[in-house]
Design a protein around this ligand. Sequence first.
Ligand code: IMP
Ligand code: MG
Length: 191
Amino acid sequence: MPTKVHIHDKQFVPFIPAEKLHKKNQELGREISEHYRAIHSEAPITDQNPLLLISVLKGSFVFLADLIRHIDLPVEVEFIGLSSYHGATETTGVVQETIPLRQTIHGRHILVTEDIVDSGLSLRYLKDSLIKESPLSLHTVSLLRKPEALKVDVTVDFVGFDIENKFVVGYGLDYQELGRGLDGIYVLDEA
Ligand code: IMP
Ligand code: MG
């Protein structure tokens, strides 16, 4: 892991190394698999009724790719594009749907897959719109969460790491569209 990364005008330093992310993905995959095996016995996850992972683009594609390999259940994947940032390191509070969801939600077990829950506005928006289509169940997993930044009340069922209210990049997360390919997570160097 390089000790410093420059992106545009900012400098980032190591925060969560790749090995730690890998271990967390194994744990989350196990937890998620056990959860769905245990509580949905009346409408189990089967090949005919697979778990539907809805990945929120762009940030969650790297996490999704790793997590899915640790979920021991039949899973289907769909994507939705949401945008709440417009270049800055602060949220604007307005959620835009950049790529629409093309899948029936009704009667399905849904697991929304997020990279990070910051203000919670994106996840709140998505949960509210999915619930209207009456899924069989609706849960959420996020690799990262910033508890101090939450502006709305939104439950995340499976959380990888709760982190401080600082801007991070890497492992799918960007700063002005760059930095998504870094194999670990880096934090803005405020020094
Ligand atoms: P929220 O709606 O404020 O919870 O933010 C959701 C989206 O903002 C996430 O899916 C990310 O794409 C982006 N975001 C929030 N915090 C960060 C960060 O620290 N680094 C990079 N992107 C972030
Ligand atoms: Mg995002």
